[in-house]
Design a protein around this ligand. Structure first.
Ligand code: TYM
Length: 334
């Protein structure tokens, strides 16, 4: 809570090309919730360097991501869109919270285990303490709600645990955040392997629909999506490929799974795939057009980056000073 307003915080990594999963699981909900909260949406570039990055590519992707937030419909005058690395409070609070987080807790994080298995040559300490930086992001802004996909739930839980542990010692310093997970789209699966989540880092380009894919590419990827040999369009766990297509369809069209099943009654998988493709294109097309327009307006984006970083830093510093005082760091002499 800040000045009586409920606060929303969320972020995305500027790593890889954003997928439809990122959009339906997170970005879309950010836009839907923006009017009801004081919102902070960060491009979490500090998290990105837990995996080795090419500096020029990271810089370019970070800017594209911030532009995409605006293209998706987040108003940068009303909401605070900024780069995590521009607000030093994230790193400062993360250090403090590291001292309130146990190795055993971090050892249980499934994302750490997955990423460590994938990057065996670079299992760095940052990858291990990644959830602590995420806790710092959220707690700095005293966030009440954090819209994320299901894959981030474990990180939200550890954030709550760290905040509660800190508050138990020092009083009510941090707001305890709640995750917000949408009813549909919270876990979009790979089009090639519906047992795996759709991911920016998947090596098979047919597994993911990228937000910048053109209409023909989207149609082709949908047509190639893995289904099953049942032949019936039903919304159930036994048909994960079909269920995923229905999830995508519902998240894009606003229909419920029951409505979609009724609509596709008697149809073949080919018809379902074509309908899914058209629903996705209808959502992504305006976003892509707006992105291309915004991208050209360098001065406008630069202005947003400058002013929003200042706004974010102001709020972040208020929490940071409070925390520093509570834990006994000496007061600044003016
Ligand atoms: P990231 O960048 O991997 O993903 C950004 C958001 O997209 C969601 N998401 C999905 N949702 C549905 N289906 C999928 N297949 C799918 N893939 C990704 C994620 O759940 C996420 O909401 N650690 C975070 C970024 C972060 C953050 C934070 C988020 C850093 N600090 C503080 C919230 C609050 C991450 O790597 O997300």
């Amino acid at each position: 809570m800040i000045n009586g307003n409920k606060v929303l915080f969320s972020g995305m990594q500027a790593t890889g090309n954003l997928t439809l999963g990122n959009y339906l699981g997170a970005l879309k909900n950010w836009v839907d919730l923006a009017d009801d909260y004081e919102c902070y949406y960060s491009v979490v570039d500090m998290h990105s360097i837990t995996v080795r990055q090419d500096p020029a590519v990271l810089r370019k992707r970070a800017r594209a991501l911030l532009t995409l937030y605006i293209a998706a419909g987040i108003d940068p005058e009303k909401n605070c869109l900024y780069y995590q690395s521009h607000v030093s409070g994230h790193a400062e609070l993360a250090w403090i919270l590291n001292c309130f987080t146990y190795m055993g807790e971090l050892n249980r994080m499934t994302q750490f285990k997955d990423k460590a298995a994938k990057h065996t040559d670079n299992i760095n300490a940052g990858l291990f303490t990644y959830p602590v930086l995420m806790a710092a992001d959220i707690l700095l802004y005293q966030a009440d709600v954090v819209p994320v996909g299901i894959d981030q739930m474990q990180h939200l839980e550890i954030t709550r645990d760290i905040a509660q542990r800190f508050n138990a010692v020092y009083g009510d310093v941090f707001t305890i955040p709640e995750a917000y997970v949408g009813k549909v789209g919270a876990k979009i699966m790979s089009l090639q392997d519906p047992a795996k989540k759709m991911s920016k880092s998947d090596e098979n380009p047919n597994a993911s629909i990228y937000l910048m894919d053109d209409a023909d590419t989207i149609r082709r990827k949908c047509r190639r999506a893995v289904t099953d040999s049942e032949g019936a369009i039903l919304y159930r766990e036994e048909q994960p490929g079909v269920k995923n297509l229905l999830d995508i369809y519902c998240a894009c069209s606003g229909k419920t799974p029951q409505e979609a099943v009724r609509e596709f009654d008697g149809c073949g998988y080919g018809q379902l795939k074509d309908a899914v493709a058209e629903a996705v294109i209808a959502v992504l097309n305006p976003l892509q057009t707006r992105f291309r327009e915004l991208e050209k307006d360098k001065g406008y984006i630069d202005g947003i980056i400058r002013t929003n970083a200042e706004r974010a830093a102001y709020t972040a510093n208020k929490t940071l000073r409070k925390v520093q005082k509570k834990i006994g760091f000496p007061e600044r002499v003016r």
